[in-house]
Design a protein around this ligand. Structure first.
Ligand SMILES: O=P(O)(O)OC[C@H]1O[C@H](OP(=O)(O)OP(=O)(O)O)[C@H](O)[C@@H]1O
Ligand SMILES: Nc1nc2[nH]cnc2c(=O)[nH]1
Length: 178
């Protein structure tokens, strides 16, 4: 285990097993449609690439990049850094995320796509922290309900680091308190 990690919360095996289940749900729901899958970069990169291998329906992938965190705190302001290329009018959109925390990022993106004319917008996230929600936002496909801790690994970063860990763990406080 990486030295900066306090505890592993979700092992690679647990993540894979849960993704198999979510994949089945998505395959049932989207069997006869062709959704636009939108990974919210950069955090959703690892989760999305693993989930895509479990999706057996026709789909198009078009990433979007937003940012709102400075260190371990939400700035409360969403910066749209790189937009999607597709026209979403009449499309079913699946937003892919590593984590829902305050809910601000996904609320902003869901509203943005609905305003642009998407037929539907669903949310698929590996983690959800319901206890830290600041705005009303519900995920449609959720891997795990997580505690109020700063988590890293499997796409989740602190200061750009730890995204490549194959598991999700709690970052030691001394790493970001120093
Ligand atoms: O529910 P919220 O409080 O809005 O938090 C969730 C967002 O925070 C992280 O992104 P971040 O802004 O750190 O950028 P990143 O994807 O590049 O890691 C994460 O990937 C989500 O997009
Ligand atoms: N790395 C990381 N990014 C986040 N963005 C919102 N919550 C979190 C979290 O717990 N960890």
């Amino acid at each position: 285990m990486n030295n900066d990690i306090e505890t592993i919360l979700y092992s690679e095996d647990q993540l894979n097993r849960r993704m198999d289940e979510i994949g089945q749900e998505l395959n049932e729901k989207y069997a006869n449609s062709q959704p636009l899958v939108v990974p919210v970069m950069t955090g959703a990169m690892v989760f999305t690439s693993d989930m895509l291998k479990r999706m057996d329906f026709k789909l198009v992938v078009d990433p979007i990049k937003v940012q709102s965190y400075e260190g371990v705190t939400s700035s409360g302001k969403i910066d749209l850094i790189q937009d999607i290329k597709s026209d979403v009018r009449g499309q079913s959109v699946i937003l892919m995320e590593d984590i829902i925390d305050t809910g601000r990022t996904l609320k902003y993106l869901k509203q943005l796509f609905l305003k642009r004319g998407a037929k539907s917008v669903e949310i698929c996230a590996m983690l959800d922290k319901p206890s830290t929600r600041q705005v009303a936002l519900k995920g449609d496909y959720i891997g795990f309900s997580a505690p109020d801790e700063f988590l890293v690994g499997y796409g989740l970063d602190y200061d750009g680091l730890y995204r490549n860990l194959p598991y999700i763990g709690i970052l030691k406080r001394q790493v970001y308190a120093s």
